[in-house]
Design a protein around this ligand. Sequence first.
Ligand SMILES: Cc1cc2nc3c(=O)[nH]c(=O)nc-3n(C[C@H](O)[C@H](O)[C@H](O)COP(=O)(O)OP(=O)(O)OC[C@H]3O[C@@H](n4cnc5c(N)ncnc54)[C@H](O)[C@@H]3O)c2cc1C
Length: 378
Amino acid sequence: MDLTLNDSEAAFRDEVRTWLEANHPGEEPAGDIEAFKFRRAWQKQMHEAGWAGISWPKEFGGRGATLIEQAIFAGEMARADAPSPANILGLVMGGPVIMAHGTDEQKERWLEPILSGEEIWCQGFSEPESGSDLASLKTKAVKENGGWRATGQKVWTTFAHESKWCMLVARTDQEAPKHKGLTYFICDMEQEGVEIRPLVQITGEAEFNEVFFEGAYIPDENVVGGEGNGWMVAITTLMNERAGLGGGAAVAISRDLGRLVELIKEHDLQDDPVVRQKVADLSIRAEALRLGGMRALTAQMKTGIPGPEGSIGKWEWAKLNQDLAELACDVLGVEGLEKGGPWTYKMLRSRANSIEGGTTEVMKNIIAERVLGLPRLR
Ligand SMILES: Cc1cc2nc3c(=O)[nH]c(=O)nc-3n(C[C@H](O)[C@H](O)[C@H](O)COP(=O)(O)OP(=O)(O)OC[C@H]3O[C@@H](n4cnc5c(N)ncnc54)[C@H](O)[C@@H]3O)c2cc1C
């Protein structure tokens, strides 16, 4: 692919950069609740200036940005170290799923409040015994007049405690083969019958939750894609999730690598051969991640959909982010074990990178089967 920006792409980059310089909201406050409020205000500000959902088509309130412009935008956000918008699951997954499979009424009802951050969305897929093997999930929904009653347990549900809506996949046909008996619902989280219990992570934050559905009510108009088609809609959600994880990753890594080099110099370790070798290794992998991202983008421009090679980037990024934070903590020594420091936080948070959005082992299976064409596992 041609790596130079054309005039309009360069103008777009300059516009994003100038806006971010003038409007960057500063550092996120400490504490889960305060940080979320801050990101919500940030999303509102982005929305008002037309920067929320830039990949969304104009007819749905987005900016209709090209893939290149999306990559430029993600890169500029990472470069400026700008916070994420609050409703990240709604923007990256909920909205695109409604646009792809929703009815006109559903688009009319849900898209605008996702963009503005007025209604937060969460993803109710994983269960205590169904993560990688999602289709084995047991939460069920039973038909009743004009709607459904859902019963079961979800887990690791990010931002459930802040959410108005949940993308809930539930079993609606116990007899059908496991991929065929599922239906995709948008469930109101603010009702009796939904109980949310926070789970505290290794970082000390409670970003995600256990969610218990005890006969939660879902009207018929909140079924997305039709009864029994939940697996197809879930796959659209996951493809958007992985594509969303990739955006800006290489720029964020190169920014953090720059900070790591500064840290190494502050600790006078720039001549240490082991440290030098590790930095060289990280730098080479960061460049490979950047170029691999470009290649995936080129393929997506031709086919229109994110391809399985996105799994290579997800795997590489997770490992690189973990190794980078670990080296920073090694450089810090005892200080790296102190709770609250930015590198310590990053080291602890990055442990989840090889699990969230599909584990590294699952990414390797996808690469083996769908990129390399090796025999299928089963
Ligand atoms: C920070 C974070 C946020 C999350 N947010 C959400 C959310 O908002 N909503 C949601 O629904 N889920 C969420 N998840 C859950 C995440 O999607 C699952 O943790 C993930 O899919 C793995 O499922 P599991 O935890 O059940 O592990 P399992 O699937 O039980 O896997 C256990 C181990 O076995 C390995 N394994 C499993 N199957 C295979 C296989 N076929 N071949 C080789 N190895 C295999 C895995 O790689 C892993 O090492 C989140 C997770 C994290 C860490």
